[in-house]
Design a protein around this ligand. Structure first.
Ligand code: PTJ
Length: 259
């Protein structure tokens, strides 16, 4: 456990020790509750986390070898892209703001705040924590560069014309299916993180990572630091030999085994 997480444990109302069998899971919940109290996470985000937790429980709360393979391919895709971008929502900001900024630096990806339950106050609060973690530019806040993705009814349709709209690869997590489907239709490569391999987002993405965001980002940072030294051909080989449907199917079998 990191120092920040140990501090969080100490602050918790119901005292638990780092050796508690559910300590990690309780810390994640606490981060989301803290995010909710700070206006970063919406109540719906707490419910969404509960769904994710159930799948994670069945996966043994570990990165499977199939998820790791998808994380590796996701890094390759980001390194090969001309304009990669990371889309950030309330839950992901509350759970791993620092790591998301690090990943954006290592993969030279931009960052955009994009919310389902959109509010200016929450976008600004999320941008502030990202900036506190040394993000230099955070897109998605400037109304002047706002544009719309057609055929999406939710507020996720509002994107930055210099960000998600003009990017070639989009990394997103805890996303709704409508926007994922539309981004893929627009010809963008979509990398998604979703513990539920049956979700529309998981099914339509080009690379689906069935793993918990709190493990995904640190893994991808480590992988990116190694792969950034490799040549384009090496990265391309990894991307071309990856079969997303097959990989997701294996994750689903792991979940079945968990039951
Ligand atoms: O901050 P906002 O306004 O953009 O809203 C964010 C939420 C999460 C509320 C919004 O995107 C939403 O409603 O998401 P969904 O449609 O419920 O999808 C969330 C998906 O993420 C579900 O399939 C969950 O299984 C999955 N999930 C939840 N927690 C995690 C997760 N996947 C990976 N890591 C997690 N920690």
């Amino acid at each position: 456990m990191k120092i920040k997480e140990l501090d969080l444990l100490k602050k918790m109302k119901h005292k638990i020790t780092p050796t508690h069998p559910r300590a990690n899971s309780l810390v994640i919940r606490e981060k989301l509750v803290e995010g909710f109290n700070n206006g970063i996470v919406v109540p719906h985000g707490l419910i969404a986390h509960g769904r994710g937790e159930a799948f994670d429980y069945l996966l043994g709360e570990k990165t499977t070898k199939f998820a790791y393979e998808a994380e590796k391919v996701a890094v390759c895709l980001m390194l090969l892209s001309k304009k990669p971008i990371i889309s950030i929502n309330g839950n992901t900001a509350a759970l791993c703001a620092r790591d998301l900024v690090t990943l954006s630096n290592v993969t030279k990806s931009r960052i955009e705040v994009n919310l389902f339950h959109k509010s200016t106050a929450r976008s600004s609060a999320i941008a502030s924590i990202l900036k506190k973690e040394n993000a230099i530019v955070v897109l998605g806040l400037d109304n002047k560069s706002k544009t719309i993705i057609e055929n999406i009814s939710s507020n996720r349709k509002f994107v930055d014309k210099n960000g998600i709209m003009n990017s070639d690869t989009i990394f997103l997590a805890l996303e709704d299916g409508d926007r994922t489907e539309n981004l893929v239709k627009m010809g963008k490569k979509v990398i998604s993180v979703d513990l539920n391999p049956l979700s529309r987002t998981a099914i339509v993405s080009n690379v689906t990572i069935v793993d918990n965001i709190v493990r995904v980002i640190p893994n991808m940072i480590k992988i990116a630091k190694q792969l950034v030294k490799k040549d384009k051909q090496y990265l391309l080989r990894l991307v071309n030999s990856f079969n997303n449907k097959e990989n997701m199917h294996k994750s689903l079998l792991m979940i079945k085994k968990g039951i």
